[in-house]
Each structure stands twice: as C-alpha cells, then as structure tokens.
Design a protein around this ligand. Structure first.
Ligand code: RP5
Length: 187
C-alpha cells in the first residue's frame, strides 16, 4: 500500500481508484483541505469514464510517500498526474522531478495571497522539468488537459473532450439566442 504508517486512516478512503479498471490518471493533493478545490477534477474524470485515483500526498508532511508515489506511478500504469497544492506549492514540481509522466499542477488558493504564491511556485519550474499549470483553483481544466493528453492514444478521452466542447458551444449559442430575444446582439 502507498499509505505510510501514521497516515490518518481517514485518508485511506481517498486512495482508491474509480471506474473499476486500473487508473490512468493519478490525482494527488497536499492536504485534505485541498479537496473542495480538487473535487471538480474528480467529477470531470468520473463523467469521462476514464479510470482515475485520488490520494493525499504531501511534499513536506509525507515526503517519503511522495517519493514512493512519484517513482512508482509509471510502473503502476498511470499515464498523467494531476497535483494540487497551496502556499509554497512544491508537490507538483517535486513529483515531476521523479517521474517522466506529464504532470499538471493546480495552484490552490489559501487565505493569504489569493493563490498567487501557489501559482508562481508551480508555474515557475526551471527548464527541463515542466509542470503544466492551470489557473488558480481550476482543477476542472486540469482534468480536461489530462483527457486531452490521454486522447492522443485513447479515443474515449478524445471523444469526451470533443463532446464537452460541443456542449459548451451549444450553451454559449443558447446565451446568444437569449440576447437576440432582447434585440441586443449585433454579432
Ligand atoms: C499545502 O498546504 C496543501 O496543499 C494545502 O493547500 C496547504 C494547507 O494545508 P493544511 O494546513 O490545510 O493541511 O501543503
């Protein structure tokens, strides 16, 4: 098990895979307090039908667990990692340093600095060890980016992304029709 002795058993339920098959996407976050912001990624992946797992892994509270997770990720069959962290957000960069898999970072906003600290920590990786960084608290985009990466070789992921984009286009045009009803739209 990836759960180190001493990890709160309350976290155990988070280390599980969804949708039955071996997970292709691994979602990790520095603290259970990140979960409200990371849940959106889980919901997108759940809807896509692409198997994923979610777990709490902290770079400073459980560094050995982070090393184990990152180093075993590829052999365990994961293909993309999503890492959410707040403050001095070193989890995504440290993870990227220990795996060749693509790593997507989600800056989580804490009460200080509005998440700009997390954003800068994650996006400013030195050359050679990139973390694909999405917007502050935007784990939705992290999930869609993971699906786009998987979509290169996985039709199910590609089709889900295309359908989701089509739905967002329909919703935008529906809004435009609302404007038409008022006679406000000129383009
Ligand atoms: C980071 O510290 C976590 O990613 C979280 O965003 C932040 C605060 O953690 P808690 O003190 O709420 O556990 O490592």
């Amino acid at each position: 098990s990836l759960l180190a002795a001493g990890d709160a058993s309350a976290l155990a339920h988070l280390t599980q895979s969804y949708n039955g098959d071996a997970p292709l996407v691994g979602i990790i976050m520095g603290s259970i307090s990140d979960m409200p912001k990371m849940a959106a990624a889980c919901h997108v992946l759940e809807r896509s039908g692409v198997p994923f797992e979610v777990s709490v892994v902290s770079a400073h509270r459980t560094p050995d667990r982070m090393v184990t997770y990152a180093k075993q990720a590829e052999a365990r069959g994961l293909q993309v990692l999503i890492c959410g962290a707040g403050g001095a957000a070193h989890l995504p960069g440290m993870t990227a340093a220990m795996t060749p898999l693509p790593v997507i970072g989600v800056p989580v906003a804490l009460s200080q600095l509005d998440g700009q600290d997390s954003l800068y920590s994650i996006v400013q990786m030195p050359r050679g060890t990139p973390v694909a960084t999405v917007g502050i608290n935007n784990s939705t985009n992290a999930a869609y980016l993971a699906l786009r990466i998987l979509g290169v070789a996985l039709p199910r992921a590609r089709h889900f992304v295309a359908a989701a984009h089509e739905a967002s286009t329909d919703a935008a045009m529906q809004t435009a029709e609302d404007l038409d009803r008022h006679g406000w739209r000129k383009y």
